[in-house]
Design a protein. Structure first.
Length: 238
């Protein structure tokens, strides 16, 4: 098999994986996040979780990944600039296609899987090229940005839901983890502001969720995190 054929097959695999990922909500049509009763310590309005409206970003992610991988298959199937990111993206989306049914059955396993999704998504966004950035880089950057927030939220839920930490300390630790990843990635990936903007979207929703009753510690850390990500945009790393 020639390298050109392999490149085209990865382009097809990326589009098929994006299709499967976008179709995954049909496998768990009633899923609206972890149920409080899935935890030994029920998590009702946990401090770590963003306000519900923030999850609407999944619609944008599904559509943009479909359009991006579709464009890549149609117009850039053999483009060497697109090739490096595709294997990692396929791995992430393949795991993501199974995530919702797993999340309904097992919080710990779903937490493990979402971290695998994040790790492979970060590899993909780091390897993404500059050709057709709105079709190649931007959708993967938004996907990786939201996974940075979502995977850290899952850690906060597990810590509080299994009684390892109280709710607010668990939320603070999860936010520190998310910000450590986000600041590092955005500093190294200056050319993809969509990544940081997506993390800011999640942090703003955490602030909204903790406004009433007011959780000063969580709100304060989220505000500092937004400031840190915005400050990175003023640096020149690439």
């Amino acid at each position: 098999m020639t390298s050109e054929t392999q490149t085209k097959l990865w382009a097809l695999a990326a589009f098929v994986a994006a299709l499967a990922f976008a179709a995954s909500p049909f496998l768990a049509p009633g899923f609206k996040g972890f149920e409080p009763t899935q935890f030994p310590v029920p998590q009702v309005d946990p401090a770590v979780q963003p306000a519900g409206y923030a999850f609407s970003i999944w619609g944008l992610i599904y559509v943009w990944l479909l359009l991006g991988t579709g464009y890549g298959l149609w117009k850039r199937a053999d483009d060497p600039d697109w090739a490096p990111m595709r294997p990692a993206l396929v791995a992430s989306l393949a795991v993501g296609a199974l995530w919702l049914p797993v999340a309904e059955a097992s919080v710990p396993l779903a937490t493990l899987l979402i971290w695998i999704m994040l790790g492979t998504a970060l590899v993909a966004v780091m390897r993404a090229g500059d050709t057709d950035r709105w079709w190649q880089l931007a959708p993967v950057a938004i996907y990786a940005g939201w996974l940075t927030a979502a995977s850290s939220v899952s850690i906060g839920l597990v810590l509080a839901g299994y009684g390892i930490l109280p709710e607010t300390p668990a939320a603070l630790l999860a936010l520190v983890l998310a910000l450590r990843i986000a600041v590092t990635v955005q500093y190294r990936l200056h050319r993809a502001p969509e990544y940081g903007i997506t993390v800011i979207w999640a942090l703003a929703a955490v602030i909204v969720a903790n406004a009433a009753p007011f959780n000063a510690a969580v709100v304060g850390l989220a505000v500092l995190g937004i400031g840190a990500i915005l400050a990175i945009r003023g640096t020149d790393t690439e």
